[in-house]
Ligand binder design. Structure first.
Ligand SMILES: Cc1cc2nc3c(=O)[nH]c(=O)nc-3n(C[C@H](O)[C@H](O)[C@H](O)COP(=O)(O)OP(=O)(O)OC[C@H]3O[C@@H](n4cnc5c(N)ncnc54)[C@H](O)[C@@H]3O)c2cc1C
Length: 422
């Protein structure tokens, strides 16, 4: 009998977490195996917003230049916010900073670019391979990975990286996640030339879904992506997403105006969001990365930047584990500690913020109102904190918190006066 090949690393899932991890492993001399249940190019339901922390990885992978050369990404510059009470701020973040906070790229394009880059760099990819079962053989010290299709071969690997997304059947089967994802988000593309929307991106926070929100983002082909994020802590319930998505498109004055009467909208699609980070993302011979480990910001529902950051940390940790011939959970724990330090601890602040906004939506009005007074610089600062380029604790620093508190008082008086006038 021919001895079965034993891979150093097998990665389950070729989303941004899995492909980025594979790429960084190749840079350290590994030839990881990626198992992916779909075939590329494949769609992934997403808002397609790649924020600044992603840009570093995209540049290192040589993808950013390709996106620019092939005109596959759209940089957001002009856009802003509509607050729960309808205070609207539109600015130009590029004019203020000379750099872009977000590039929008359809996931059908981006995920294929990511995985092909990982493959060109030396990874092995098996598509149409839906992992059904993983089992650690303690005699051999390897994982045995099996497909749902009995005629597909099984694979063996020293380290398993679980990167199979927010529902992660693998992390569930191994007992690392026990709860379902807490949030949900819809997506509908709107065909180029059929809508009224004039900007690059816009966040709208309708009162009925605070602390959730809706977002528009312009794509490189001028299609528009519309998403509706239902985040817990407020009154909107995740099970009402279908109704809320359609109700807001029809009845919210800002959303219906932006879409217009002749828009050709894709049918709503939706996917779950697991946020806040899981308690244990490592074990003997095992790491869990990206959405599978709940690496989504509870305030924004965004996770691409954290999936990619954690993927790099995972690759570093795996390389160190091989250098030390130590694959124990005691050694691999450093991965969990590292991502917690990099962004995971911030998720606690995001939860506080989301709860606070749900209770006091006027805070979001105050923010929009202050942006009107202070301009793009203020908006960009906010954007950096929201997207994880700066820590969330900055929201609570006197420099930002005091002026916002004053603005809240001023708005309360203004709203009261207009109530009396009516
Ligand atoms: C509607 C919506 C909008 C969003 N918008 C944004 C946004 O604008 N910006 C942002 O930063 N984040 C956004 N997010 C979050 C973002 O999509 C995720 O954080 C990101 O996709 C995480 O990447 P990942 O690689 O961990 O998981 P995924 O992208 O889900 O990739 C998982 C991969 O694993 C594969 N897979 C699953 N099971 C198996 C199996 N058993 N065997 C083999 N392969 C398997 C899947 O096919 C997939 O390719 C949004 C999420 C939703 C739901």
């Amino acid at each position: 009998m021919v001895d079965k090949k034993i891979y150093d690393v097998c990665i389950i899932g070729a989303g941004p977490a899995g492909s980025t991890c594979a790429f960084y492993l190749t840079q350290k001399g590994f030839k990881p195996l990626i198992l992916e249940k779909k075939e590329f190019p494949r769609d992934k339901i997403c808002g397609d917003a790649f924020t600044q922390r992603c840009h570093t990885h995209l540049e290192r992978m040589g993808i950013m230049q390709k996106l620019v050369d092939e005109n596959k990404g759209h940089w957001t510059a002009v856009g802003g916010l509509v607050s729960p009470s309808g205070i609207t701020y539109i600015g130009d973040s590029y004019a203020e900073t000379g750099s872009h906070l977000v590039i929008a790229v359809k996931r059908k394009i981006m995920d294929e670019m990511l995985v092909r880059t990982a493959v060109s760099a030396g990874s092995e990819l098996v598509e149409n391979y839906s992992v059904k079962e993983v089992r650690f053989d303690s005699n051999q010290g390897n994982w045995i990975i099996k497909s749902k299709q009995i005629d597909q071969e099984e694979y063996h690997a020293k380290i398993l990286v679980v990167a199979d997304g927010s529902s992660s059947s693998i992390a569930q089967s191994l007992g690392y996640i026990k709860e379902p994802p807490q949030a949900v988000c819809s997506r509908a593309y709107i065909k180029a030339g059929t809508y009224n929307f004039k900007y690059d991106g816009l966040t709208i926070i309708p009162m009925k879904i605070v602390p959730g929100y809706c977002a528009f983002m312009r794509e490189a082909d001028n299609d528009l992506v519309f998403c509706c994020y239902i985040i817990p802590f407020g009154e909107a319930k995740t099970e009402n997403l279908y109704h809320l998505h359609h109700d807001l498109i029809k009845n919210d004055p800002f959303i219906s105006e932006a879409i217009g009467p002749n828009a050709e909208l894709e049918q709503m699609k939706a996917a779950p969001i697991r946020f806040g980070g899981i308690n244990q993302s490592y074990d003997d011979h095992l790491l869990i990365v990206g959405d599978a480990a709940g690496m989504i910001d509870p305030l924004t529902g965004e996770g691409l930047q954290y999936a990619m950051d954690a993927a790099e940390i995972a690759a570093d940790t795996i390389s160190e584990a091989f250098q030390n011939s130590d694959f124990t959970k005691n050694f691999l724990k450093r991965y969990h500690k590292q991502w917690m330090k990099s962004f995971g601890k911030d998720f606690k602040w995001s939860i506080r913020m989301a709860r606070f906004c749900a209770k006091h939506p006027i805070f979001l009005d105050a923010f929009a109102s202050m942006s009107l007074k202070k301009g793009d610089k203020f908006m960009v600062e906010w954007g950096k904190i929201m997207t994880g380029s700066k820590k969330k604790i900055n929201f609570f620093m006197p420099k930002l918190a005091f002026p916002l508190a004053f603005e809240v008082l001023r708005l309360k008086r203004r709203f009261k006066k207009s109530e009396h006038a009516e």
